[in-house]
Design a protein around this ligand. Structure first.
Ligand code: HPA
Length: 279
């Protein structure tokens, strides 16, 4: 089953029927909100608003581990993550979609792994897999993130965006900042020199944690504003929220096409990530 992480309200649409809502807890605490299980043209999907109901958690205080662990408990094996970003690469304009290819991690204070050696929690799921084995034996695990995103899901997303005729770019590098403050113009200049195309505050550790649980992961970003100093104007949360509202219909169209089309005949290497990864 597919999980969708994004803003709330994405499932409020005629062709998406809510089947159930599930409130759960995890060994890592509580997820941001209830999970909404929905039927999307005959395919089941689970939705979770990353920031919780009414946007109550700032990026650095989101319980990313609980959110991802909750998806595992519900049987999710692949995730589409939707987020707002600032555009650093001058080819990007507000409103563009971006398929993420790489990340840079400038976060500072977030729990980043499920595998914490002697501090590990017991696996509370029914699965019999390497995740359970590594957690229950309190192993230290170093996963490969050379290519952190699922190549199979990226291809599907590319096809959907192309077929819809939406303005998008792929192969982008997302720099993750700690937030919640926005960046200085000097930081954005430095991130640009390092090869960043877009900037946001949530992709890390979300993708890393999903990968640690063998979950395929793809990230779709929406450019809501030029990043700090790019056009020289002051940035506001208002413009971010307004652009996400404006893109809501297009995001829903992407979901309606993408979800029924991501079958489980993966041709990627995501499911090998835990092999020989533990010390
Ligand atoms: N910086 C960081 N995060 C963001 C931005 C930005 O400019 N826009 C939307 N999310």
């Amino acid at each position: 089953m597919i999980g969708v992480i994004g803003g709330s309200g994405l499932y409020e649409i005629d062709d998406i029927k809510v089947v159930d809502t599930v409130e759960l807890s995890t060994p890592f605490g509580n997820p941001s909100d209830k999970y909404v299980i929905a039927d999307v043209k005959g395919s089941k999907a689970v939705f979770l608003p990353r920031h919780g109901k009414g946007h109550k958690y700032p990026p650095h205080l989101i319980n990313y581990r609980a959110n991802i662990w909750g998806f595992r408990k519900l049987g999710v094996n692949k995730i589409l993550s939707i987020s707002a970003v600032g555009g650093i690469n001058p080819v990007l304009k507000p409103g563009d979609f971006v398929i993420v290819e790489q990340f840079l991690d400038f976060t500072k204070s977030r729990p980043v792994s499920f595998y914490e050696g002697i501090f590990s929690k017991d696996d509370d799921t029914d699965y019999d897999d390497l995740v359970k084995e590594y957690m229950n034996t309190k192993r230290v695990v170093h996963i490969d993130v050379t290519s952190p995103f699922c190549s199979f899901m990226k291809k599907k997303l590319d096809t959907v965006l192309k077929d819809k005729g939406f303005s998008y770019v792929k192969n982008a590098t997302y720099v993750t900042t700690e937030g919640p403050r926005l960046e200085t113009a000097a930081e954005i200049k430095a991130f640009s020199l390092l090869g960043s195309d877009i900037v946001g505050m949530t992709l890390v550790p979300e993708v890393v944690l999903a990968r640690e649980l063998n979950i395929h992961f793809v990230a779709l970003s929406v450019v809501t504003n030029p990043a700090a100093g790019i056009v020289g104007e002051r940035l506001t949360s208002k413009e971010v929220v307004e652009m996400m509202h404006r893109k809501n219909q297009e995001i829903k169209q992407v979901l309606l096409d993408f979800i029924p089309n991501v079958t489980d005949n993966f041709d990627c290497s995501c499911e090998e990530v835990l092999l020989d990864a533990a010390i």
